[in-house]
Design a protein around this ligand. Structure first.
Ligand code: PLP
Length: 411
């Protein structure tokens, strides 16, 4: 149950998100596709339009008033992000286009700086394609080797197998905080501690972790942390990359252009200081300002409260769905966020997804950009209901009723 210090009850929270009031096929929308992207509270929509209505100007480049205002708002957003993840310094917060962009940036720069033929990068079998393909590309470029931590039938990494992968050739570990396909929370502290005891840095893909609880990069002690704004109630096209200063200092920039430079001549260019060395060209400053507002909104609701509300939803949904005859849930870890990935016996996931849509229920079907996870379970996709704190127990019950109707239609 929601703790007393929560300022808003669930109806007030839902009223903050205009899109949740929408009807689809004359049914009140039940939005269970939050793992793909989240809806936006009015305050974020207002923050974005406020830029365009009142102070839009390119950042960092002008002496005029509007440019000062937008630059200050952008740097204020950086400070909000820094404090949200408890990074030590603003220099360690680089804005990017999102998680995918952040991982590609590190894969390129880290590869250029540190990787030699025969070196190894370790990821897990639970990864989203965004945390697989950039490393494959880097391994191809640098003649390095990609190693994969296997998972068990519950969809958890097999920790002993992870430890066996660590050796003197291992140069980086890159794993998700939470699996987007199954909802499994990975033991990132243990992963990081084991890697650090062998002096190996760790990147944490926080795309599905940042929005479901408190993230403290100092406590976690990760070397890199990345996430996307659109998955935490912020705008699309903005995300961030946290890196410990010692690494960001040493890594070469991955893009060249305006703003990331100190002095440019045709013979030689010197780079700007952190974090600007990694922010080439016109940044998505409007998105960053919107993201800052989204993080403030999350803090207002309270991250512990959010986690608690979401665990209530997960428990209710798991109990109800697993009681339906013919449902198989993939990902049965004790430690999960409110994602339920499942299949209905003898009914293709696309058929089920399309019929649920006609009932106003938005779920995602397919491989969830995690084909290796599907291969591990010998399936070609699942139905994924991904919930968040603005969802309700009644909505979960609607999903259950919807699935029962789907089963009835096919029987
Ligand atoms: N990593 C994980 C675990 C994800 O769930 C996602 C998106 O679903 C990504 C990376 C990629 O995020 P984006 O598409 O916002 O770059």
């Amino acid at each position: 149950m929601v703790k007393p210090e929560t300022l808003k009850n669930i109806n007030e929270i839902r009223a903050d998100f205009p899109l949740l009031n929408k009807s689809i096929y004359n049914r009140r929308l039940v939005y269970f596709d939050n793992g793909a992207t989240t809806q936006k509270p009015q305050c974020v929509i207002d923050a974005v339009s406020d830029v365009y209505l009142n102070y839009n100007a390119n950042i960092h480049r002008g002496v005029h008033t509007l440019s000062d205002l937008s630059s200050a708002a952008y740097e204020n957003a950086r400070e909000i992000v820094r404090s949200f993840i408890n990074a030590g310094k603003r220099e360690e917060i680089v804005f990017t286009a999102g998680t995918t962009a952040s991982i590609n940036a590190i894969a390129f720069s880290f590869g250029e700086r540190y990787i030699k033929p025969g070196d190894e990068i370790v990821i897990s079998h639970l990864e989203h394609h965004a945390n697989i393909v950039p490393w494959q590309m880097m391994c191809q470029r640098k003649k390095a080797i990609l190693r994969v931590i296997p998972i068990n039938d519950n969809g958890e990494i097999i920790f002993d197998e992870y430890l066996k992968l660590l050796n003197s050739r291992t140069k980086l570990i890159s794993v998700s905080q939470v699996s987007n396909a199954l909802g499994t929370v990975l033991p990132v502290r243990l992963i990081i501690d084991a890697a650090h005891s062998a002096d190996i840095p760790v990147l944490i893909d926080g795309a599905q972790g940042i929005q479901h609880g408190v993230v403290d990069v100092k406590k976690m002690n990760c070397d890199f942390y990345v996430f996307s704004g659109h998955k935490i109630y912020g705008p699309t096209g903005i995300g961030m990359l946290y890196g410990k200063e010692k690494y960001l200092d040493e890594l070469p920039p991955y893009q060249g252009g305006g703003d990331m430079v100190d002095k440019v001549t045709f013979e030689k260019t010197t780079y700007n200081e952190l974090p600007f060395k990694f922010e080439a060209g016109t940044m998505n400053y409007v998105g960053a300002i919107g993201l800052g507002k989204a993080l403030e909104y999350v803090l207002d609701i309270g991250r512990d409260n959010i986690a608690e509300m979401e665990q209530d939803l997960l428990k209710h949904a798991t109990d109800k769905l697993s009681a339906i005859n013919g449902i198989r849930i993939f990902g049965n870890s004790e430690n999960k966020i409110p994602i339920i990935s499942f299949l209905i016996k003898n009914i293709h996931q696309y058929d089920a997804g399309m019929i649920l849509d006609k009932m106003g229920i938005a779920v995602r079907t397919g491989t969830h950009c995690a084909q290796p996870v599907m291969d591990r379970f010998g399936i070609d996709g699942t139905i994924r209901a991904s919930m968040c704190f603005y969802n309700t127990i009644e909505e979960v019950d609607s999903l259950v009723e919807g699935i029962e109707k789907v089963i009835e239609m096919f029987s």
